[in-house]
Design a protein around this ligand. Structure first.
Ligand code: ATP
Length: 423
């Protein structure tokens, strides 16, 4: 197979790391990739949203599969673009079409989907300038804190959780008036769910599915889950509190109705579903769907997949996922993210990263890195994800922390308490 993978984060390095272990792989290109993917595949300087350039490249190189890492190209319709083009429509794309991608691209769409298929989730109301009064009344009917979400994609920043009713009403108006541009012209108001969060990852061909595993990520910049939100500071899989009983409920109440719902609604779907869940007293409630793998969760899930991921993806493309053997590693994998000083606010790029070659006992997944001459340098807020296997969560964490301390660049920061709440 000649594979083109879109994206440039730790998620894509983890995919690439797994793909190059497959006997099915003939050649792997990553667009645009990072310094990590450059060492195991060929990076190409194409923006994942530049569909015409992607087409040109795919035809020139005879690509036989497109794997889409981030959500943007999916929500923008890259899969539909391939299907609509005679020269491209026989090339399988891993990632849903635009309609399925609405599960992430529109919170209103995804809440309607969940209610239509009786999938447990928070009560909600979708509000625009047309029915603002209804929104204000709905807020009054809820208990604090109040959850306000921009309907569209807002780079993970479009959710406000507000403790004061007056302030919530004010923010609702501000959002509708363009606080997040067009993304918040519709606002989803939700009941607040109090519980502990985790995510479950599923690969589906739209009919059959494989539940890969669950993971827990750490979103805040500060230890003890404090401070600003980030793209993710670390992750752990499996999650100790996700017992067999809980995972059975997730399968019966969430995964099966989701796959059945896609079929009933005639939503074709070939790709990953990331289900964000709240565990409330042992019962799962869906917070959100994402239509791709998470980052840094991919850096703990992919190392646990024992099966050939390209074989699984090939089966997805043929809608034969039920025929493929699939196995996960029982061991725990943890990851600790090294970030640039100042992140998630202003930070510098171009800092030389050292000691990478001295790492032992962990897998180094590059995120925001690039080459400057022979040096690997920082090129983003989240820089490197240090993933490790362990027979216990603690033994995996010990390795991740040891190597996180070793790898160095000016301004390096990482959380030293990943997993603190699971011990
Ligand atoms: P992400 O960056 O996770 O993709 P997003 O912008 O898509 O974020 P959500 O995942 O829907 O938005 O919400 C972001 C976070 O806000 C959740 O991870 C969760 O911690 C919190 N949250 C969202 N909805 C609720 C809710 N109903 N009750 C409690 N907390 C919530």
């Amino acid at each position: 197979m000649k594979v083109l993978l879109l994206g440039s984060g730790g998620r894509e390095h983890a995919f690439a790391w797994k793909f190059v272990q497959s006997e099915k792989l003939e050649k792997l290109y990553v667009a645009p990739g990072n310094a990590g993917t450059a060492t195991i595949a060929e990076n190409v300087a194409i923006n994942p949203n530049d569909f015409e350039k992607i087409k040109e490249f795919v035809l020139e190189k005879g690509i036989t599969m497109l794997v889409v890492g981030p959500e943007d190209p999916l929500v923008n319709g890259i899969h539909d673009f391939f299907l609509a083009d005679e020269a491209l429509n026989s090339i399988p794309v891993i990632g849903p079409e635009k309609l399925g991608a609405q599960l992430e691209g529109s919170k209103d769409f995804s809440k309607e989907f969940m209610f239509r298929h009786n999938i447990p989730t928070a009560k909600y109301k979708s509000i625009t300038s047309e029915n603002l009064q209804e929104g204000l009344t709905f807020l009054e009917s809820l208990k604090a804190p109040y959850v306000l979400k921009a309907d569209g994609l807002a780079a993970g920043k479009g959710v406000l959780i507000i403790s004061d009713l007056k302030e919530a009403k004010h923010s609702l108006k501000e959002m509708i008036n363009g606080m997040f541009g067009d993304a918040s012209s519709t606002v989803v108001i939700e009941e607040f769910l109090a519980g502990i969060e985790l995510s479950v990852f599923v690969l589906t061909d739209g009919k059959n599915y494989k539940t890969l595993a669950e993971a827990k990520d750490y979103k805040r910049i500060g230890e003890g889950d404090t401070g600003l939100n980030t793209g993710g500071m670390g992750a752990i899989s499996p999650v100790p509190f996700a017992t067999a009983d809980f995972m059975k409920k997730v399968e019966d109440r969430v995964i099966v109705p989701t796959i059945d719902g896609l079929q009933k609604d005639n939503i074709p779907y070939k790709g990953f579903i990331f289900i964000g869940l709240m565990n409330i007293g042992g019962d799962p409630y869906v917070i959100e769907y994402n239509v791709r793998m998470g980052d840094p969760e991919t850096e703990v899930i992919i190392p646990r997949i024992k099966s050939d991921l390209l074989e699984l993806m090939e089966a997805v493309s043929k809608q034969e996922l039920d025929t493929v053997h699939f196995e996960m590693d029982d061991r725990t994998v943890t990851t600790v993210m090294l970030v640039a000083g100042g992140y998630p606010e202003a930070y510098q790029k171009g800092k030389v990263i050292t000691k990478l070659e001295e790492v032992e006992g962990s897998i180094v997944f590059h995120a925001g890195t690039t080459f400057s001459g022979k040096d690997v340098v920082t090129n983003g807020g989240r820089v490197i994800s240090v993933s490790s296997y362990g027979d216990s969560m603690q033994s995996a964490l010990d390795k991740s922390f040891k190597n996180a301390a070793l790898i160095n660049f000016e301004g390096k920061y990482y959380r030293k308490d990943i997993g603190f709440d699971l011990k």
